[in-house]
Design a protein around this ligand. Structure first.
Ligand SMILES: *[C@@H]1O[C@H](CO)[C@@H](O)[C@H](O)[C@H]1NC(C)=O
Ligand SMILES: *[C@@H]1O[C@H](CO)[C@@H](O)[C@H](O)[C@H]1NC(C)=O
Ligand SMILES: *[C@@H]1O[C@H](CO)[C@@H](O)[C@H](O)[C@H]1NC(C)=O
Ligand SMILES: *[C@@H]1O[C@H](CO)[C@@H](O)[C@H](O)[C@H]1NC(C)=O
Ligand SMILES: *[C@@H]1O[C@H](CO)[C@@H](O)[C@H](O)[C@H]1NC(C)=O
Length: 368
């Protein structure tokens, strides 16, 4: 068939139009078929925010659960912590006969069980809460190689939902949005203080090249100085250690008696006051705020974070209530991821714990 140049042009443009049309028709189902989270960490407003631009509340020594015990920092297990709004789980790992175990300073003082059990709980919670991004901060006290952690992550299936950044360190502004982390299914960000190695296990992220920290083991008042970093603190995310210790026989120990005020939205030495101090010094909000006995203050720690993020704090269920020291609940009863070992249980009364502290404490009590 013969076509004039004009016909050729018409055919060509209609073919082109068909191609463009079909590609645009194809493009929209592709877009709508990939899941697009509409609520991220409890709010539609957070989906488009970079992970590095959100303030999260973290549980310091999240596994060290119990009352009437100087080696515990939390009253409630990690499931309750996460249900109530904790989005960074900090922990200390130790080498117990070759097993990665969650202990406080030493496994004789407090043994929170194997990391594998703890991570299994984290996996279950993440599976049940698909629109949540969670971080973990691991203090690798006995310098296990990241491959040893990788094996435990794999054993519970956490490796497949772990986010691996494109490079070993990322400035605060360059992290992906919460929405894209949720859409990609990589919703767990794990930071480690020592031995992280991007080339061997990229999802175990080096803490101090990505995050700087304020001082820890504070027994007087909180400042916002750069205490530890291995990077450029002006561009990194940052973490404030907002847990107040009291000195017991010269050693810092967690102090629930002051936690209502420490965790408060405002007032002397409150979380809100340290937050404001940091903002006034650096012009941007802290990314992570680590607290002890998070439920003291009745949700005040989450209120500080919500205000920082420009969202409303409106928990769907009331958060846990403080368990008074000296009450009869045993320390192991409220521990979800493990329980104190025999030695710690035997010394679980406050007075006896003094003996444990004085005789056994050599290093810093709750050194990160
Ligand atoms: C952990 O301890 C065992 C001995 O109990 C030892 O053989 C192993 O080398 C230790 N692992 C590390 C990473 O230090
Ligand atoms: C960091 O904080 C620790 C504990 O508060 C303190 O002992 C140390 O001197 C601080 N280091 C720096 C560099 O500020
Ligand atoms: C903390 O506040 C709660 C609720 O207001 C109160 O029941 C509890 O006794 C307080 N705890 C301490 C140690 O002050
Ligand atoms: C997020 O960005 C806003 C706007 O620039 C800023 O005010 C806030 O401090 C940032 N938050 C964090 C955690 O970086
Ligand atoms: C964690 O604590 C809650 C109560 O806060 C309890 O219902 C749950 O059974 C505990 N989980 C485990 C594994 O102990």
């Amino acid at each position: 068939m013969f076509m004039s140049p004009a016909q050729v042009a018409r055919v060509a443009s209609s073919v082109l139009a068909t191609i463009l049309l079909s590609s645009s028709v194809n493009a929209s189902p592709q877009k709508s078929s990939s899941r697009r989270a509409t609520t991220c960490n409890g709010s539609p407003d957070l989906c488009d925010r970079s992970f590095g631009n959100v303030t999260f509340v973290g549980a310091h020594d999240s596994y060290a659960v119990g009352i009437n015990n100087l080696a515990t920092n939390q009253d409630y297990n990690i499931t309750q912590q996460m249900n109530d709004g904790i989005r960074m789980l900090q922990m200390q790992t130790h080498n117990q006969s070759g097993v990665i175990q969650l202990c406080h300073t030493s496994c004789a003082l407090y043994n929170g069980g194997p990391l594998s059990t703890y991570l299994g709980t984290v996996k279950s919670w993440l599976d049940a809460n698909p629109n949540e991004v969670l971080s973990m901060l691991i203090v690798n006290s006995d310098d296990f190689p990241p491959t040893a952690f990788d094996a435990v992550f794999k054993s519970v299936g956490l490796d497949t939902i772990s986010y691996a950044p494109p490079s070993a360190s990322i400035p605060a502004t360059q992290w992906p949005t919460l929405g894209s982390l949720i859409d990609s299914g990589k919703r767990l960000l794990t930071f480690m203080d020592a031995e992280a190695d991007f080339t061997s296990v990229p999802y175990i992220i080096d803490e101090f090249t990505n995050i700087w920290e304020s001082p820890y083991d504070v027994t007087t008042s909180f400042d916002c100085s750069v205490n530890r970093t291995k990077g450029d603190s002006s561009t990194q995310m940052y973490l404030i250690n907002h847990f107040l210790d009291s000195l017991i026989l010269g050693q810092p120990a967690p102090d629930p008696s002051q936690a209502n005020q420490t965790n408060a939205v405002s007032g002397t030495n409150s979380l809100g006051a340290q937050f404001e101090l940091c903002v006034s010094e650096y012009g941007r909000n802290p990314n992570f705020m680590l607290v002890d006995f998070y439920e003291y203050g009745g949700g005040s720690v989450f209120e500080v974070a919500a205000t920082a993020n420009g969202v409303t704090y409106s928990p769907t269920t009331p958060i846990a209530t403080p368990i008074p020291q000296g009450s009869s609940s045993s320390s192991s009863g409220s521990s979800g991821t493990g329980s104190p070992n025999g030695a710690a249980t035997a010394f679980s009364q406050w007075s006896s714990a003094w003996v444990v502290v004085s005789s056994a404490m050599i290093g810093a009590w709750c050194a990160l």
